[in-house]
Design a protein around this ligand. Structure first.
Ligand SMILES: *Cc1c(COP(=O)(O)O)cnc(C)c1O
Length: 399
């Protein structure tokens, strides 16, 4: 590590909570699919901030929208209307096929919002007895870091030491429609799931799973709630991952790329019957739906549609996977993914390999010890993909 890099990593270690274990790389500039460290070394960003950067770093159109809005009005609070929130809500509803939406900031906040929505629907519409509502979740889920959300995580690192767990959550196996059917009781208000489990190591459910859970939830009067914070907005080769099986959830949670990485913006979109239960005073957020966020969100969505990022992710993702499958290494157990959400599962811990990748100019991060997630910005070209593949291939050859 250079002296310059060391200066910043030492500061982080000395003054920061050690709640992350980052690669020892200090970044200071980004553009499109690339980032540069303090020494001027260029890297391919193959993490895209866990898919918040689907539009690439510093997309000029999103940056321009943000700058224009910065000089105009940034925050009003929801005590007043503004000119930008409505247009963003309308666009989110148009794209998701939902009736109404609510804007929040972080992904975890949007998940909390969806939990509240499912519960109040359970009590007021489904008539579940007071405080008895149950939400079904999946093993190895990742939905964020609040106390309630970590309480239904199956990862001890997430929940250990943060109890008592919030009651009202039931865990089932991921990818099994039968398990869902069995777990539903008269008190079940919703099923919260990820269409692909990204943090768990890019786990893809069996073909037909999404259609089956849609049917079961409709038949049993249970809300189907898709957490598309990571899989949504083009990442998997469709605008939403649920589109692969042409299903529409009752609630959809968005975040990350909803801002193209400029600012935390999240949303829940749902049917009017559900959203209308959030009457005045039932929910809120100081920054949710503020004019700056809304201007950025509108521009970020516009880029995804105008630049056909879902279609690009599908084509480039297939190309990338076909290249990766030519790797002849006995250390690789599996290569899987949809669009540009690709997991390379190794037979050995992935961390040293990620360090070797970084030396070669590829930034990627292990998820769950043995899997490397490759998820570049969706505007990565074929030529860039081929170049990145060459660097990955040589890093693997040297291990
Ligand atoms: C990142 C993520 C979250 C949490 O979002 P934050 O903005 O970090 O709170 C929730 N669900 C999924 C699937 C995610 O990938």
């Amino acid at each position: 590590m250079s002296k310059l890099s060391e200066r910043f990593t030492l500061l982080d270690h000395r003054y920061g909570a050690p709640n992350y274990h980052p690669l020892p790389i200090v970044l200071e500039k980004g553009k499109g699919v690339y980032v540069w460290d303090v020494n001027g070394k260029r890297y391919f960003d193959m993490l895209s901030a866990y898919s918040a950067l689907n539009q690439g770093h510093n997309h000029p159109q999103i940056v321009a929208a943000a700058k224009a809005q910065l000089n105009r009005l940034t925050l009003t609070s929801r005590a007043f209307h503004n000119t930008l929130m409505g247009p963003l809500l309308k666009e989110i509803c148009r794209l998701t096929g939902q009736d109404k939406a609510i804007l929040m900031n972080s992904g975890a906040e949007a998940v909390e919002t969806a939990i509240k929505a499912m519960r109040i629907w359970g009590y007021q519409i489904k008539r579940i007895p007071k405080n008895r509502a149950e939400i079904i979740v999946c093993r190895n889920n990742f939905h964020g870091r609040t106390t309630t959300i970590v309480g239904f995580s199956s990862d001890p690192d997430s929940y250990e030491g943060f109890g008592p767990k919030t009651p009202g959550f039931v865990e089932i196996e991921y990818g099994s429609a039968e398990a869902l059917e069995r777990a539903i009781t008269p008190n079940t208000c919703g099923f919260l799931f990820e269409p692909i489990q990204g943090e768990a190591g890019v786990l893809i459910p069996p073909e037909g799973y999404l259609r089956k859970i849609r049917t079961i939830c409709s038949r049993k009067n249970v809300l189907l709630c898709a957490d598309e914070i990571q899989t949504g907005l083009g990442r998997t080769g469709k605008l939403f991952c649920c589109d692969h099986e042409k299903i529409r959830p009752d609630l959809i949670i968005l975040g990350k790329a909803l801002s193209g990485g400029l600012y935390p913006i999240s949303a829940v979109a749902a049917r009017a019957e559900i959203m209308n239960l959030f009457t005045a005073g039932k929910h809120g957020s100081t920054f949710g739906g503020n004019p700056l966020a809304s201007a950025i969100g509108l521009a970020a969505l516009n880029v995804i549609i105008k630049e056909k990022l879902p279609q690009k992710a599908a084509a480039t993702g297939n190309y990338f996977k076909s290249l990766l499958r030519t790797l002849k290494s006995d250390r690789i157990r599996d290569i899987r993914g949809k669009g540009l959400l690709i997991g390379v599962e190794l037979k050995i811990p992935a961390r040293p390999f990620c360090e070797a990748l970084a030396k070669n100019g590829i930034l990627a991060k292990e998820t769950h010890e043995k899997t490397i997630r490759l998820a570049p910005p969706l505007l990565i070209t074929k030529a860039q993909t081929l170049e990145a593949f060459g660097l990955i291939s040589s890093a693997l050859a040297h291990r």
